[in-house]
Design a protein around this ligand. Structure first.
Ligand code: E4P
Length: 217
């Protein structure tokens, strides 16, 4: 499973990238606002740092302007994935931008039917939002499973990019279901390492190292 980092925080991306944990990056207008940076400038910096796809989202809602914005974003670097919303105009923009050879990430997906449309429009990635479904007492993971079944039934190559990840359990559950990619905030990815029994075990080993004066170097 591929790991994308859901942030426009360049030092946070760099830290995970140095460990080989970053297969790509996703941004959105809220994350760009949070970074306080110019979208074109920060996106270029991220593209220079990371080898994999870097999603940058359009700001328009009509297809023609989305296409123009997508073409401009795609000029930033060869690893840009143009992110468009899951609307009828977004699907039109997806089709045109895909046919021009660009990667397209169709975002704000909340139903299996939306995901089916995105695949038919040629999307490179579909981004179902797990956490926001959980927020309204629906099961975001059920959506990931439904999309997996549908895409496998018909051999669609669109990659399932599980988004709006809030917990480490979301990540392991997506891996079990077979999502192609997860995108998560750096803090959630880093917290995957934590387990209380690891901490407890290490404390016990350290106590014995000290008691027995065990030394290697
Ligand atoms: C995905 O591409 C989105 O940027 C992101 O995962 C949304 O997450 P949120 O629902 O926590 O804002």
């Amino acid at each position: 499973m591929k790991f994308f980092v859901d942030t426009a925080d360049v030092p946070a991306i760099a830290e995970l990238n140095d460990l080989g944990m970053v297969d790509g990056v996703t941004t959105n207008p809220s994350l760009i606002k949070k970074s306080g940076r110019d979208i074109l400038e920060v996106t270029k910096e991220i593209c220079d740092l990371v080898e994999g796809p870097v999603s940058a989202e359009v700001t328009a809602t009509d297809a023609d302007t989305m296409i123009a914005e997508g073409r401009k974003l795609a000029k930033i670097a060869g690893n840009i994935a143009v992110k468009v919303p899951l609307t009828w105009d977004g699907l039109k923009a997806c089709k045109v931008l895909t046919e021009e050879g660009n990667m397209v990430n169709v975002t704000l997906c909340f139903s299996a039917n939306q995901a089916l449309l995105a695949a038919k429009a040629g999307a490179t990635f579909i981004s179902p939002f797990i956490g926001r479904l959980d927020d309204i007492n629906l099961d975001g993971l059920d959506l990931i499973a439904d999309i997996r079944t549908i895409y496998d039934n018909y051999g669609y190559e669109t990659e399932i990019l599980a988004a709006s990840i809030r917990t480490v359990n979301h990540i392991s559950d997506c891996a079990k279901i077979g999502a192609d990619v997860i995108t998560a905030p750096p803090a959630v990815i880093k917290s995957m390492v934590s387990h209380p029994l690891t901490d407890k075990g290490l404390d016990a080993f350290l106590a014995d190292i000290k008691a027995a004066k065990i030394s290697i170097l």
